[in-house]
Design a protein around this ligand. Sequence first.
Ligand SMILES: [Zn+2]
Ligand SMILES: [Zn+2]
Length: 365
Amino acid sequence: MTITDRPNITVTGHLQKEAWRVRELPPVELVRPGLWSIPVIFPNNPLRYVNVYVIEVSNGIVLVDAGWPVDEAWKNLNDGLQSIGYSITDVEGVLVTHNHADHLGLAGRIRDASGAWVAMHELDQIEVDFDIDPAVFKRAGETWLIKAGVEEHDMPDLIVDAGQFVEFAKIPKADRLITDGERPLPNAQHIRTLWTPGHSPGHVCFIDEKHNLLISGDHVLPRISPHISVHPSEHGDPLGLYIDSLNAMRGMNPEEILPAHEYRFSGLDARIEQMNIHHEERLAEVLVAINEHPGAGTYEISSKLSWSHGWDNTHGMLRRAAMGETLAHIVHLERRGLINNIPRDGRIYEGNLITTDAWFPAALD
Ligand SMILES: [Zn+2]
Ligand SMILES: [Zn+2]
């Protein structure tokens, strides 16, 4: 994620913003009648916390997102519910904006404690391979790194421990699938689902039509732009999907945006504009790198771009994430017809010759 600091949005979550400034967990807040935000800790992560939203329904409450799966976050959630007169056993369901562990992680524990259903979009449900063999996972990751042109001596730093991933991937399967346009809560018909692919294939936002609010998950955040990446298992153009689903929100004019991280704000169209500018600038930077280094692979191009802490200080998972982000921009440039991939021989890996992506500026005629 990168910081995009262009003004024109209005921060409305003043207590959240102040808590951000002094590096504390914000307070539980009543956002509108029957709608609260409960921040739960996201430890060892610059995002610091996840905003879980609580929607009152006739027989209890429904949560939007669940939080990172650690005891401390579980305690924040339980204490927060207590403070508004509810308890975890009152949770009827969890609407999950997307399958990342800071949103879905605690959903299984909530379901075990209360019998709640867990719902998410089909594309995020099927994206997670719950029974993946760690060896298969590791091989896919290494193939991806070779294709990206990672040099041999840098490989160990970038290979993810498969065992760790499989542990991480033990996130709950959904009991219900939600679709674009659906009103998922029979007792709260004013809540409507909006499919917003990009940050993940099945990312959804929720619109509160009664209060004209947008519960935006990670799709739109006030300060940072969500990580858009091409992962080893992915195909297609996630950045293109993201830009399209972002621009489709123009003119919606919600009174307030309730994001999963950071703080509430207003000015959706301004924020959309900022993000468009950010991505166009980044696309231009990637294109310059390819023009200056024709035939470079994804890894080399990544190393030529500006990163918040500098490429040389970006290691391990962060470097991998940076490469995924670069590849998302490269793939999108290719879709726009501005660059071509002319793969060349890479390396023999497990008896197979893997080709390496080599990116060239498209011939202009
Ligand atoms: Zn996310
Ligand atoms: Zn998140």
